[in-house]
Every structure is written in structure tokens, then in C-alpha cells.
Design a protein around this ligand. Sequence first.
Ligand code: CA
Length: 279
Amino acid sequence: MPDGGKTKRKALALKCAALTDIGLVRKRNEDSLWVDAKRGWLLLADGMGGHSSGDLAAALAINYVLNSLLVATKGTRDYVKVLANSVVEANAAIRGAGKQSTADHSMGATFVGALLRPGEMSYVYIGDSRLYLLRNGKLTQLSRDHTLVQEFVDAGHLTVEMAQNHPYRGLLTRGLGVHDEAEPDTGICALHPGDRLLLCTDGLTDMVDEHEIARLLGMPVRVDEVAGSLVDAAKSAGGRDNVSVIVAWFDNQPQQDDDRCAGGAHHQMNVNGLEQCRS
Ligand code: CA
């Protein structure tokens, strides 16, 4: 029976954890993360290997996108458009910064970002950092790698298994700071109760297959423990690259302050305090 909107709607709390690790081989961590659990904003960037100052590019990507979002999300609910514009603006800024510095002229980064609200996620990506959805035990990659190897897979020249270990899998067809024009892809996804989300760099997906990622992401443990187990799995498999993960899901159970949002081993990472979101 209609109640004229007077019934208090059930509160949905966002649980999230962000974790980054230098890995076992690299001398620098070129990944950057930003989690604003209060707003439901999840941002992740990976400084591109082979480019100078990849860590700077990744940090700039996060900062420029974040600044753009803070302005552009005011007064609009069209988050997909806002996200796409923020990436285009970040690309222009990174290109400009690179051109001003002879040392950093080739810096670039991949980027994936998601804006969550109860029941819905808007997302954007460019490069090969990934966004996954785990629903009812099934893992779906919502992003699509902007790589040459992915194009070979799409054309039927390579299998997914062959692509996993292909020596050229890191060759990007799109990225931030790579070209004067950036072409991010965007999407919008309805979120169901029980859905779990993962944003990650290739330091995870190069080392851990999707079957294992699905298993770990679905474990009935705290969100920070899930993030930790994913990073540990990448390191146990060799940890050849920096590995970064953001894990998030909505939960209708009120939570304690100490596990609302968690992170560890932070590198250029910020985790803002979480407040309860309402559906
Ligand atoms: Ca990487």
C-alpha cells in the first residue's frame, strides 16, 4: 500500500577496502588509488611501464579526475558523462604537464573509476586496469582491455588463455597521456544485493587467473581481508608488478566504524571516511 514516501527506506552501507603493494620485483610503486567511501567514489590508476615517471602520471590521473568530479558532479546525476569528461580533461592536463617537462614527456597511465550509489554504478576506464563484478559466484569483466592483445582475442586470433601470458599483453591501444585525444569507455550497471566489485591493476590479473580471483572475491570474510588475500595471491604467484585492488560492496547491515573502510600499505592512496549511504 502506498505510503506517500513516508516509510524510511532501508539504509545501505558501502563496505570497501583499498590496498596497494610494490610487489616482489619492481623498485617503485607506480599505482595510485583513491577511495572516497562517503561519496562512493573508487578511482585507480597504473603508471605505464616503459614510460618515464609512471608514478607521477598515475598520481596526476587520480588528482585531475578527482578535481574534475568534485566540480562536475554538482547538480547532475549523469555520472557516466561526468566520468568520461573527467578522463578527457585529465588526459589534456597530463599531456600538458608532460610537454612542459623534457624528462616526463612520455608519461602515461591507465585508469579505471566507478561512482557507486545503492543499486547502481557508473564507470569509466581507459587502458588495461580492470573492473570486475562478482554476482552469484560468476565473475564478469565489465571493462574491456584497451590492448593490442585484446584486439587479437576479439578478432579470434588468440584465445583468452593465450592472451593471459602473451609477451605483448601490456601494449596499450589507449591510455591517459598517450595521445592528444583520449577515448575512455563508459558503462552503467545495476547493482543487486550481494554483488561484489573489484577494481585492479594488471599486477593482479597478470599473476592470478579469473577463477581464483572469483574465489577470493567471494570469500565470506571482511572486505579488507578480501583485498589482502587478492594482493597476497599476486605476490605468492611471483609479484612481478605493483599490485593494487579496490574491493567494494553494499551491505544492508549497519557496520562498526573500524571496518567501514579499510586500507593498508598505502602508496599515494587516500581513503576518506565512510558514512552510511541511503537507497
Ligand atoms: Ca602495472
